[in-house]
Design a protein around this ligand. Structure first.
Ligand code: SME
Length: 153
């Protein structure tokens, strides 16, 4: 059986969050780690699900000020949350309903964060370059979220 390779970034995340259980602190450092590791980003961070409003609220991030609330099903963020799939969008201007929080964004990847049947939110990363995100990075970010989930109670 093929062994899963854990990337350096994901090992760093695991070490960074060792015995840490404050969600906001963990997500703040997780967004900083991505921002430090990946080149050519203009935004990296989290949206957290608010059950009362059925919206995704802005969470810890690195980048310019961003939309505070996104309805489930809206934009790349809300779509990935609603269908619980990773969305790797080469050109956000071709994505129906894309929400332009930062006009510098041209490509985007959104990874849902769900523990068991509890939907927590999404990881959202934007780049000013078209087609910035590779399939290998998609896999790395899926594993990144798995590491994050291991550190959530
Ligand atoms: N572009 C996203 C909105 C969030 S910002 O990129 C930070 C979207 O279409 O959902």
């Amino acid at each position: 059986m093929e062994e899963t390779k854990i990337s350096l970034m994901n090992k760093q995340l695991d070490a960074l969050l060792y015995q840490e259980n404050n969600l906001i602190a963990n997500l703040a450092n997780a967004s900083a780690l991505i921002n430090d590791t990946y080149e050519d980003l203009n935004w990296s961070g989290f949206y957290l699900y608010n059950e009362e409003t059925d919206e995704l609220d802005l969470g810890p991030f690195q980048g310019k000020v961003a939309c505070m609330h996104i309805k489930s099903g809206n934009g790349v963020v809300g779509t990935a949350f609603a269908d619980q799939q990773i969305h790797r969008v080469a050109n956000v201007h071709e994505f129906p309903g894309h929400i332009a929080c930062d006009s510098a964004s041209n490509s985007e990847i959104v990874v849902p964060i769900t523990k068991g049947d509890k939907k927590i939110g999404v990881l959202d990363i934007d780049s000013p370059s078209l087609n910035r995100f590779t399939e290998a990075e998609e896999n790395e970010l899926a594993d990144f979220v798995k590491v994050l989930l291991q550190h959530m109670g």
